[in-house]
Design a protein around this ligand. Sequence first.
Ligand code: ZN
Length: 657
Amino acid sequence: MKNLWEPADAAKCNSDLELRVYSSRLLGRDDTLVLHGGGNTSVKVRERNVVGEEEEIIYVKGSGWDLETIKANGFTPVRMTPLLKLAQLESLSDPQMVNELAANATRAGAPAPSVETILHAVIPHKFVDHTHADALLAITNTDEGEARVRELYGDDVIVVPYVMPGFELARVCARKIQAELKPSTIGMVLLKHGLFSFGATAEESYARMISLVERAESYLKEHGAWELPQPNDIGPIGHIGHVAELRRAIAWSAGFPVVMSTSSEIKALAFARASNLREISQRGPVTPDHILRTKRLPMLGRAVAEYAAAYREYFARHIRHAKETKTMLDPAPRVILDPEFGLTTVGRSAKEAAIARDLYSHTIDVIARAEALGGYRALSEEELFEFEYWDLEQAKLRRGGTPPMFAGEIACVTGAASGIGKACVDALLKRGAAVVGLDIDPQVIPNGQRRPDYLGVQCDVTSEDAISSALEKTVRAFGGLDMLILNAGVFPAGTPIESLASAEWRRVFAVNLDANLTLLRESYPLLKLAPRGGRVVVIGSKNVAAPGPGAAAYSASKAALTQLARVAALEWGAAGIRVNTIHPNAVFDTGIWTDDVLKARAASYGMSVEEYKRNNILKTEVRSSDVGELVAELCGPVFAKTTGAQIPVDGGNERVI
Ligand code: ZN
């Protein structure tokens, strides 16, 4: 645990709130302290309101903000006086508490203040930091958790038993603080939940957090529970096709498609293959913060049939409870541990699956260390169940809104680095799909910040091995394949037949035709498992209906590809897979239309480049984004009853019409 405080950076902060932002971000940078929006921080200040009265205000992290990237407007200002009065109440329902927090904010439109706001308010220190540090949880989530924490920290901290987050937790903490807080107290441990530190300055509160966590890490080291043995040889990994089958089973019972992310790193495999996995993994999540995002208990199993059985059992209880209490049910499990693959996490989007994966990866560390310390103990069944059907979480579910068109679905686009392929990627991402882009051009892999819903794979589609490997990566990253966009193609410079070399002919066919046969054949086992039915869109060409002189290899290869797509539509309809072809023309913002090719084509028709660009019935320019939008819509519900179609996107062409 490293103290990241830099006096030079801190000196640039001009207010308490800026310092609050600075040290919150330091906490957010360490994923063993807080992960994906977990944890929260606050600062208390005195401010003059619009009528000139001085008020005590607490700036507390707003919901939807992540400590790693939080800004000043991510903190919600709330009046302290009413918060302290609320803390004195004997009881208050959590929806009422949320209403009071929002109603006492002093900035209209500020985000909802954290549900832990009252808890922050009752701590009589200016700066308060709260994390769910892995090292602390490994200690508190054991049989003697409380005794160990007292041995470790002595009188430096107040120890609070487990209480579900919300008003009751704030009330219990307020009483503990009143009775036990001393000038020397630097923090507060919430058993099976997390750690608070506080101080007069941002630096003091932050440094206390780091030192408390450091002491927890040293404790684990002294007790042989820090460095854990990892096997070197992990043995073979299971067939990835089983993951796609599992995805279909889960999507069917959930009623919507899901994205699944699989990690077969040694740590995950070792955990999933541990002889006592069934026992240790079913004891519950490490902190309530993780419950809803990892779902309560991981699913275990080897065969799909076994998953299905366990899944039904899991549901029976939740459906019963939901009916009895008229509550909402979010039916997809979030974590699956499988000795064949390791760790698989599930989400309605790639982002959700990635969050669950990161949270559970930390859970594995905490469980393994707690086991080494004498035995992992998490929340009881009742505590978990209570939290899952918590009023506030139910409200969150109800607020969910309409998911995007392709939520939980996975698309693969070839030739994705530029032009039409890139436009297809953008149109599919915009509609909520997780997308894998293939291209021989390394540009297909974005540098800089990566997004969880896109995977770029450098791949020569004329290599069968490269295609198999790309599809395997697709399933590991997202769980299956619903939509295949066959776009990669070459458009050679004009050559009359009398001088067309056989090698050139074969090169064009290898990319424009043969590669697509391989892609179709290898994708079929995945497409037929698509929960909403597989979809294939083939990028043909106007040249199929209206070939041009000098483009023999291109026109013939696209005509053969169109015929291949028609046969696929006939053969695959029974498996629910739709195959449609679009025929773009004169899309000039693409990789194959270099300036030279464009000039040569225009000249061969006796036109200027500008005339050639709008040489269609509608006198309009066709852009790659127009093609991308059509491709995405062809995969959507509007075309749900259409297969084997050929649709031009060319501004209207006399020879085609
Ligand atoms: Zn917390």
